[in-house]
Design a protein around this ligand. Structure first.
Ligand code: FES
Length: 566
């Protein structure tokens, strides 16, 4: 056995026994126990991240995808080796999936680094998994391809097409308002998720699929194919082929995930009416490469980037419709004048070359032309003011136009438990024109910044037909949700951000056109309140919670751990 210093294939990253030759000898002996030949073991190794979990139906097609990726790898002369990492599903993660995203990114990074692979195919899909994988892979900087699991199919309730989870919220709102009964809500429950795969609207999973494609780290045309289609399987096979190519060419993520690529991704995020969560995730991925995401720049881009993709929650269609309309390339063709076309993609060709290669397009009604947008500006606007010195976001394309300029009386909930206890109480002093404020659901406050920013309309108002109100918090909301909802207020209340000092009856002004969110209370009064009721930051004594609370950053830094950022 040669004791040379090859740093590829099975000889990469040898286990430390003090003798390289022996380390390789031992490694080969063990893997031969699984029946491999020397020929197979001499090939470029492509790791395949397996995030299958019975707790994660969004990844329910993982087995088929892995089989197809392996086929692609082997057709190209590589050796596929699948390995597991943590899997996170939105509805099966307590207290919230965001609490575990950084843990999954660490798992992904360290397993890519620890095990011998020349390239890796990241198979993810559910909201936090793609960000976690890209964060980890960016830090490990091993050639990688992102392969998303693809969206679920839509279902049908009494002839009405439904899909997770914009329609989950819509029907639940109707149930809360006594518009439908418990039998009907149970029947709807059967239809919302019609197959395995990720949420079928432009929620966070679909948004991150589009962001990954726009970044160039996923194959061109790969974002939109539903999970159960032949197209999705073919994309998996091609991802395997691509992985072998980038293993040979050593096309590492840092060559693809550049400042220009992130600008392209943000353009796409704005034009698809994408999830506000994607701002946090994109900031976190960029942060792993030392690339700052400037909220002022995002907002400036938003003023010149209209929403063109007509998908819920901003529009009317579903992800499978975007796929039939040609997928993301249909949008990229429209956005071409605003994109950095020289950004490199995982194919080794530029984004511009890939857009050219996607052809001329065809008539369809899902991706609008610039001349007829869904919304004249980008889906997300960045707000500032004394309530959010570090910024806050609103998904303006999914908000009520009548509330975009609004002043109202604050109705304050101190935390998620307080909200749950009082929001539906008949004695709650609340009117439709009030502003609902929820504190302590930020990165440290909850902890993990849960998607509780979508505050329910108090029952007594819902019964009167109130559908939307201005709502403000330091938390997040699902990308599938809609409403006049101010999110990610930074700094959060749990670390003493101004949100902590809001009291019932204070006046709050929202002016989206002016990008303003203001608490109409004097600085002197706020200082007095701070002195009277100082904030004690949450702490923990052990375990992951301690690591989390000691290290998590605010929304404007991607809610990543400070020691993981470059
Ligand atoms: Fe997994 Fe929506 S719950 S993508």
């Amino acid at each position: 056995m040669a004791d040379d210093k090859k740093d590829k294939g099975l000889e990469k990253g040898l286990t430390s026994y003090g003798d390289r030759g022996f380390s390789l000898f031992l490694r080969k002996a063990f893997i031969k126990g699984a029946g491999y030949t020397d020929d197979a073991l001499s090939r470029p190794v492509v790791g395949i991240v397996n995030t299958a979990s019975a707790f994660n139906p969004c990844h329910g097609n993982s087995a088929q995808l892995i089989e197809a990726v392996k086929r692609g790898v082997m057709l190209s002369g590589g050796l596929p080796v699948e390995f597991p990492t943590i899997s996170i599903h939105e509805s099966f993660a307590h207290p919230t999936s965001m609490y575990l995203r950084n843990l999954m990114s660490m798992d992904t990074e360290e397993m890519i680094r620890a095990q011998p692979m020349d390239a890796v195919v990241l198979i993810g899909g559910c909201d936090k998994t793609v960000p976690a994988q890209l964060m980890g892979a960016a830090s490990a900087n091993v050639p990688c391809v992102q392969l998303v699991t693809g969206s679920m199919l839509t279902g049908s309730h009494q002839g009405v097409r439904v899909g997770a989870c914009t329609d989950c919220r819509r029907y639940w709102g109707r149930y809360r308002a006594d518009e439908i009964d418990s039998d009907e809500i149970a029947r709807v429950n059967d239809q919302l998720v019609a197959s395995v795969g990720t949420c079928s609207v432009m929620g966070t999973a679909s948004t991150m699929a589009c962001v990954a494609e726009a970044l160039g780290i996923a194959l061109p045309g790969s974002a939109s194919a539903p999970a159960v289609t032949a197209d999705r399987i073919r994309i998996a096979e091609r991802s395997g082929v691509t992985a072998v190519a980038i293993a040979k060419s050593k096309l590492t993520p840092d060559k693809i995930l550049t400042a220009k690529a992130f600008e392209n991704a943000l353009r796409v995020l704005l034009a698809i009416g994408g999830s506000t969560n994607a701002v946090i995730h994109t900031t976190a991925i960029a942060g792993r490469l030392g690339i700052p995401i400037d909220l002022a720049r995002l907002d400036a881009m938003g003023r010149e980037t209209p929403v063109l993709v007509d998908l819920k929650p901003s529009g009317q269609h579903y992800m499978e419709d975007l796929h039939r309309a040609g997928g993301l390339p249909t949008l990229l063709r429209e956005l071409k004048p605003l994109l950095h076309l020289d950004a490199l993609t995982v194919t080794g060709r530029t984004l511009g070359a890939e857009i050219e290669a996607s052809g001329a397009g065809f008539a369809q009604d899902v991706v609008r032309p610039f001349s007829n947008p869904i919304y004249p500006q980008g889906g997300i606007a960045v707000l500032r003011g004394n309530l959010a010195p570090g910024g806050a976001l609103i998904k303006q394309s999914a908000a009520d136009p009548k509330l975009m300029r609004h002043e109202g009386r604050a109705v304050v909930f101190e935390n998620a438990e307080d909200l749950a206890r009082r929001v539906d109480a008949d004695e709650l002093d609340v009117k439709a024109e009030d502003v609902l404020v929820l504190k302590n659901i930020g990165p440290k406050g909850a902890p993990g910044m849960p998607e509780a920013g979508y505050l329910p309309i108090p029952k007594k108002l819902a019964r009167q037909g109130v559908k939307d109100m201005v709502r403000i918090s330091d938390g997040r909301m699902s990308g599938t949700a809609a409403g006049t909802i101010v999110l990610h207020v930074t700094p959060e209340s749990a670390v003493g951000g101004p949100l902590a000092w809001v009291q019932n009856g204070d006046r709050i002004r929202l002016d989206v056109a002016a990008r303003e969110i203001s608490l109409l209370v004097s600085d002197a009064e706020l200082a007095k309140r701070e002195l009277a009721r100082p904030v004690a930051e949450p702490r923990a004594h052990r375990g992951y919670l301690k690591l989390f609370l000691d290290s998590v950053t605010q929304a404007d830094k991607g809610v990543d751990f400070d020691f993981l950022r470059k």
